[in-house]
Design a binder for this molecule. Sequence first.
Ligand code: NAP
Ligand code: MG
Length: 400
Amino acid sequence: MNRIQMQNAIAELDGDEMTRVLWAVVKEKLILPFVDLKVEYYDLGLLNREATNDEVTVQSAEAIQRLGVGVKCATITSNAARKTEYNLKNLFPSPNATIRAILDGTVFRKPISVSCIQPTVSSWKKPIIIGRHAYGDVYKAAELLIPAAGKVELVYTPANGSEPQRITVADMKGPGIVQGMHNLDESIYSFARACFIYAIKEKVPVWFATKDTISKTYDGRFKAIFEAVYENEYKDQCAAAGISYFYTLIDDAVSRVVNGEGGFLWACKNYDGDVQSDMIASASGSLAMMTSVLVSPSGVFEYEAAHGTVQQHYYRWQKGEKTSTNPIALIFAWTGALAKRAELDKLPELAAFAQKLEAATLATVEAGEMTGDLARIAQPAPAKILNSWDFIDAIANRLG
Ligand code: NAP
Ligand code: MG
């Protein structure tokens, strides 16, 4: 059989535990028989990060930057427990945080829908994608416990030595609390650009919401930057892609989301994205049915599953159990990366393959063949639960 040829490579970032085990199976059964895969391989498994002093993570991010497309397996974020478990000398930051910082990216999360799993919100017909701004606000705030009555001020001292500006936060009549938070224009511009780049690629409208009626300066700045980026940089491309930009207040957005049919990108400020992405994920079905894409303002894409390394399943697999871990988000990370590569290199055969693999995966579930996490919530419930290997074989049979 003639395998599909590629031109340029994808940066492949291998990972840890159960997802590392399934990563290899997905490649062997679902991709390599059909595609003459070109990758630059980086092993981000915990032990190799330790052996390379975490250099491998930086190199992998640079490879994504250079090649334009990356695909990443889930990785362990080391902590005290992992230090003991793996006998580590160092605790390195989360690889995702390192990669995000290098690519200056925004993360978009999109649920994968199948007809036998109904979202909790009955009006939803299409996925709702969340784009979360991942810098500043309450996540980088300064907070103070105020012990007794007194005046609280905000003071800005310009670096160039000119006159400081101050403003009263509150004349506090008794004990209480205070918080000071910030954001940077540059970061908000990057966020807005990543949102429009993603939305144009996915051909979905962009919704953005803040509380600018109350927070006229802070949220007002977010609103103004988004509008400027749309008007000055992406309006024509949005029109060409047939998509719109819609701004509203955050409370109005929440009620429209719950009453609407979905099918848009919801660009969220940091806290809103934190809260609403969990709402969308749990209302959509399973964590294993959520993909995640990191998009940089320069238009570089990194695809991964939203879930972690599924640690508990891995310990059971080590004891010889064929676990029923759902590989769908891992498969979609690969199809996302292959489709992006196909688009950049103008390879219609590769694009068609990515689409076929996604369709075969969904059709397998819809035919009643699925892993345990989905079997629990599917209507009608399937006759039997497949383990990951049998599920991947079932997809391969359909694909073949
Ligand atoms: P997790 O791997 O997301 O798994 C949490 C639970 O969710 C699992 O125990 C399982 O529930 C269910 N689940 C998640 N993915 C599943 C799948 N594909 N199929 C079936 N069930 C699935 O989170 P964790 O166990 O808390 O974290 C493990 C490691 O992952 C940690 O070291 C963390 O640092 C890392 N992590 C990495 C990333 C990333 O690289 N992007 C993201 C998050 C976490 P049941 O046990 O009930 O079956
Ligand atoms: Mg959250």
